[in-house]
Design a protein around this ligand. Structure first.
Ligand code: ZN
Length: 319
């Protein structure tokens, strides 16, 4: 029998991933356009957010839910009568950037310098950036300003945040949720330590009254603090269990995070958060084998993937 690490992780996470996917689909209300400030609007319960000026529109993210992007393009023309001049991609995950090539006839598309390779290799349904940047970028249009930040690898290696400082709006896709909540269904495609650092930076930015998450209701900067507290506590507790020699099965049982049970999405996302945190820390550290002959000495160390105390790789070779 050949058992791989990926198969086990998929099996452990499967239910929660499905839940997360269903919650991210948009559905009812996807075409509702809400005015957030004098010049900033949000379409649906996603990060599809845009700044309208006399000279054109700066568009951040998109959703193919509801009427789709053709509908949005016509609706923008009907309401505002100016073209989309800039399209900004928060990160490469298609759910958040779907269909943005509809604006390629008038817009310059911008993303982090790491994004292009992902978009092309994953064959994402979106616009490929014409312009990329490394750490920070400013865009000026019609007397208004957008500031783009990259705080390093976080949720993906190309997630950025988009700030309209004069409007007090920060678009922070997939790194926070409204109120006191887990910010992510799990830590797939994530650098956990980078997430922790970025959450601190985002919580300290000036000129932020409204935070637009990737999904669901609006947030504020306290939501970054809440998610950071969750992530740091989870990291420490899973790490402590790993240091004590617990298996992933034992860790899922023991790390219940009950003192955070008032957090939104605690129930559906706890398990996948624990498992993916373990996966992250497995790549982060290497345990000691112990002294030969002593109790707890791991004869097969360090070869293989020790889930449940069974070293699958070594077992396979012995069969
Ligand atoms: Zn994402």
């Amino acid at each position: 029998m050949r058992t791989t690490a990926n198969m086990i992780i998929l099996a452990l996470c499967g239910l929660s991933w499905h839940t997360a996917f269903a919650q991210g689909m948009g559905g009812a209300g996807a075409d509702t356009i809400t005015q957030l400030t004098e010049n900033v609007y949000r379409r649906g319960p996603t990060s599809n957010t845009f700044l309208v000026t006399d000279e054109g529109i700066i568009m951040v993210d998109a959703t193919c839910s509801g009427g789709g992007m053709e509908w949005l393009k016509e609706e923008l023309d009907r309401r505002f009568g100016v073209p989309v001049k800039y399209v900004i991609l928060s990160h490469d995950h298609e759910m958040h950037i779907c269909g943005l090539q509809v604006f390629d006839d008038t817009a310059v598309t911008i993303g982090h310098r790491n994004i292009r390779e992902h978009l092309i290799r994953e064959n994402r349904n979106t616009s490929i950036p014409d312009v990329v940047f490394e750490d920070e970028m400013e865009i000026f249009l019609g007397g208004h300003r957008a500031v783009l930040y990259y705080f390093g690898k976080t949720h993906s290696d190309n997630l950025i945040q988009v700030h309209f400082p004069e409007e007090g709006v920060l678009v922070a896709t997939d790194i926070v949720r409204s109120g006191k909540s887990l910010g992510l269904p799990d830590f797939r495609d994530s650098d956990v330590d980078g997430v922790i650092d970025a959450l601190y930076e985002l919580s300290k930015l000036d000129n932020v009254d409204i935070v637009v998450p990737g999904h669901a209701g609006l947030a504020d900067q306290q939501s970054f603090v809440y998610f950071r507290e969750w992530t740091m506590a989870l990291r420490e507790r899973v790490y402590d269990e790993m240091l004590a020699g617990a298996t992933i099965y034992e860790i899922v049982e023991r790390v219940t995070m009950e003192d955070f049970s008032d957090y939104g999405n605690y129930e559906p996302w706890l398990r996948a958060n624990v498992i993916s945190m373990w996966d992250y820390l497995y790549r982060y550290r290497e345990p000691s084998p112990g002294a030969p002959g002593s109790e707890g000495y791991q004869e097969n160390w360090p070869i293989g993937f020790p889930i449940g105390g069974v070293n699958f790789a070594v077992q396979d070779e012995e069969e």
